[in-house]
Write a protein that binds this ligand. Structure first.
Ligand SMILES: NC(=O)c1ccc[n+]([C@@H]2O[C@H](COP(=O)([O-])OP(=O)(O)OC[C@H]3O[C@@H](n4cnc5c(N)ncnc54)[C@H](O)[C@@H]3O)[C@@H](O)[C@H]2O)c1
Length: 370
């Protein structure tokens, strides 16, 4: 198979789908890999490293799209890329089609097989190609919060770890899933006092076991959230109700009770956020705003801040699937792997993902694999 790795064109997107060791795996298996010149630059991988791994480096995205059987990228194709798509081509990337009718139409019109990282799903319900980015975002949250707590960033001037004779800062994390666990681990490592809330006792038990003695856990209900938010120096929103908008768990009244200069890092912003006062997404260039004296951070693509780590983590997770598709062909790979089959969003001009069809009021036609 010819695998194409274009350079990402989304604003501030510095990740790349395949790292040179992945390319070496593909070429060793007999596949041809086309890498657009400079595709790995933002993540610190040079064209020379791709060449050494056996790739052919080409100058333009058009050359990649014109020859590749599979376009392997990070973010969804954007408008300038729509015209490059070819019938029967596989696009393996984060697609996020539900809120994106223009891209959905482009993929349907071009009759490409759109396989979305975010809907590849294991039998236990977990999303293996989404989890690595949640790991990154969760672990970054205390780092971001610690920086925003500094006076120079309008923070309260609290050092999360404290010092001998001075109490540490209090980090309150709502949601004990992948993001929440990563955030708790790093916050505890910094020496902060950490409280984690979740509606799932199993999740709370797991985090207690993992971070024995380093975190307090509480059932997530409005009373416990209100009581915890008041004392939070850093509040981390890490809730997910699969497929749904994030529930508003932290009301404006609760935010008003926080100490001036305290910080909210609402990682669930990509699902709308859990704080009532988080009313818009911010960006890496302009990451926070102040409401009721509290610093609000709501960047929807947090892993973009650390593209090197994010690229490595994403590539680790997606490479085995890309290799399987290349080795067996998409249809056979999906027949053998139900998790990958769940990733199929568009197929032969039709919507093959129920959630995307429902979101856009389009017909859902599951792919018939003969
Ligand atoms: N902003 C970013 O860059 C970025 C990056 C990665 C993930 N995310 C987002 O972070 C959120 C969390 O992702 P995740 O991978 O940790 O999900 P996850 O499914 O692993 O964990 C979500 C947790 O939320 C808990 N939960 C559900 N309702 C709750 C409630 N009312 N109160 C408290 N907890 C509740 C669940 O029990 C679960 O433990 C998602 O919205 C995800 O899209 C954002």
């Amino acid at each position: 198979m010819i695998i194409g790795i274009p350079k990402e064109i989304k604003a501030q997107e510095n990740r790349v789908a395949a790292i040179p060791p992945s390319v070496a795996l593909f070429t060793a298996a007999g596949h041809t890999v086309l890498v657009q010149r400079g595709a790995g630059e933002g993540s610190g991988f040079s064209d020379g490293e791709y060449l050494s791994a056996g790739a052919r480096v080409v100058d333009t995205a058009a050359e990649v799209y014109a020859s590749a059987d599979m376009i392997y990228k990070v973010k969804e194709p954007l408008e300038p890329e729509y015209g490059l798509l070819r019938e029967g081509q596989i696009v393996f990337a984060y697609l996020h089609l539900a809120p994106d009718p223009a891209q959905t139409k482009a993929l349907m019109d071009a009759k490409v097989s759109g396989v979305a990282f975010e809907t590849v799903q294991l039998a236990n319900g977990s999303l293996p190609l989404l989890a690595p980015m949640s790991e990154v975002a969760g672990r970054l949250a205390p780092q971001i919060g610690a920086s925003l707590l500094q006076k120079i960033n309008n923070g309260s001037g609290i050092l999360l770890g404290g010092v001998p004779g001075v109490a540490p800062g209090h980090v309150v994390i709502v949601g004990a899933g992948t993001v929440g666990t990563g955030a708790a681990r790093i916050a505890a490592g910094l020496g902060a006092r950490v409280t984690v809330l979740d509606v799932s006792v199993e999740r709370l038990a797991r985090i207690e076991e993992l971070l024995a003695g380093q975190v307090e856990t509480l059932m997530s209900n409005s009373q416990n959230i209100a009581a915890s938010v008041t004392h939070a120096d850093l509040l981390v929103g890490a809730v997910l109700v699969a497929g749904a908008k994030a529930p508003v768990l932290v009301t404006e009244e609760m935010v008003k009770t926080m100490r001036q200069g305290s910080v909210i890092v609402d990682i669930a912003i990509d699902q709308g956020g859990i704080a009532e006062t988080i009313d818009h997404a911010t960006s890496h260039q302009d990451p926070y705003y102040i409401r009721h004296g509290v610093v609000h951070y709501s960047v929807p693509n947090i892993p973009g801040a650390v593209p090197r780590t994010s690229t490595l983590a994403l590539s680790n997770a997606t490479t085995p699937y890309a290799l399987k598709i290349a080795d067996k062909g998409l249809e056979q790979a999906m027949r053998e792997d139900p998790a990958l089959f769940k990733g199929l969003n568009t197929y032969k001009g039709r919507i093959a993902c129920a959630a995307v069809a429902a979101a856009q009021d389009l017909a859902y036609e599951p792919a018939a694999l003969t």
